[in-house]
Design a protein around this ligand. Structure first.
Ligand SMILES: NC(=O)c1ccc[n+]([C@@H]2O[C@H](COP(=O)([O-])OP(=O)(O)OC[C@H]3O[C@@H](n4cnc5c(N)ncnc54)[C@H](OP(=O)(O)O)[C@@H]3O)[C@@H](O)[C@H]2O)c1
Length: 283
């Protein structure tokens, strides 16, 4: 099976490369492969994959408020190109999407049947990307995940690991609830989903739920530090993009399809054990 990965050097792309070692992989990344260049459609066709793991995306949630057109170009038009190419080859498409397609008004886990209602530009572009993937490629599975962290690139877990070692006190948002997800666990789940033939939408995060504040406290605790973590509100954090107050995703479908992902605490502990400390500032 020939598996093409877009965004192959990102957090999830890197985890997929590791988990899929031994398979025939076609890795696509910038600058040679740019989702905003219509030529990317032909580049995929020429590679003749059986499966496309479309992981590449514009992922800067706050910047997307400043440049929504760029977010759309990558996440909507780029995804449309990928989906058309996959469909013309009769290939299977897995498109990775986000909990930020929801508005956060619910208080119980969002299921795949809940109607999306994005409240920021990133979420809107990913939702329109989902529509493009599902409408333009017959054999599509949208995999929605959340609060992703991996060894490559920047993420909340690595940032807190670094800051907790440097500062006596941290302020972290305590009024957003979701579920942190270890990129390696998601990559393993995607590998298992590839063995089946599910289509449509499937939520996939680590198990359980917490706030960013709970997550930061768990990180500090595991590091054995005395750093004080102070809870603040979303309004106090003053970020550019709005974020859903609650975006826990139901794990019922993924559990039925290929078994549940591990709980977030277990996933975090495994990640931190492998992550070199101190975490380099560039990361
Ligand atoms: N991070 C999260 O918390 C989170 C949460 C929910 C869902 N997701 C979704 O999960 C997927 C993987 O996220 P991630 O955290 O692995 O993201 P990431 O680390 O930011 O990786 C995204 C990759 O996409 C590539 N990319 C960006 N613009 C591109 C373009 N115009 N053409 C080609 N490639 C481009 C980037 O290339 P460069 O390396 O050149 O920048 C990067 O390698 C994304 O679809 C994202 O929307 C992420």
């Amino acid at each position: 099976m020939r598996i093409l990965i877009t965004g192959a050097n990102g957090q999830l792309g890197s985890a997929l490369r590791e988990v899929l070692t031994g398979q025939e992989l076609i890795l696509k990344s910038r600058p040679e492969f740019d989702l905003t260049d219509p030529a990317c459609e032909e580049q995929i066709r020429a590679a003749r994959p059986d499966v496309v793991l479309h992981v590449g995306a514009y992922t800067n949630v706050d910047e997307a408020e400043r440049e929504p057109e760029r977010a759309r170009a990558v996440n909507v038009q780029g995804t449309a190109c990928v989906a058309r190419a996959a469909d013309s080859l009769g290939a299977r498409l897995l498109y990775v999407s986000t909990d930020y397609v929801f508005d956060g008004e619910k208080t119980t886990p969002y299921t795949e049947e809940d109607p999306p209602h994005p409240i920021n530009q990133y979420g809107l572009s990913k939702y329109e990307g989902e529509r493009a993937a599902l409408n333009l490629c017959r054999n599509t599975l949208v995999v929605r995940t959340a609060w992703l962290y991996g060894y490559t690139g920047k993420n909340f877990v690595k940032t807190i690991m670094r800051l907790a070692a440097e500062k006596p006190q941290l302020e972290v948002v305590a009024d957003q609830r979701g579920c942190p997800t270890n990129a390696e666990d998601l990559a393993r789940t995607m590998k298992r989903l590839l063995a089946g033939d599910a289509r449509g939408i499937c939520h996939a995060t680590n198990g359980g739920e917490c706030t960013w504040y709970d997550l930061a406290r768990a990180i500090v605790r595991q590091m054995g530090l005395t750093t004080v973590v102070r809870p603040i509100t979303t309004a106090q954090a003053g970020r550019l993009a709005r974020r859903p107050a609650y975006s826990v995703l139901s794990q019922q479908r993924v559990s039925a399809l290929c078994g549940p992902l591990p709980d977030w605490q277990d996933a975090l502990a495994r990640f931190m054990k492998r992550m070199p400390s101190p975490v380099p500032a560039a990361n």
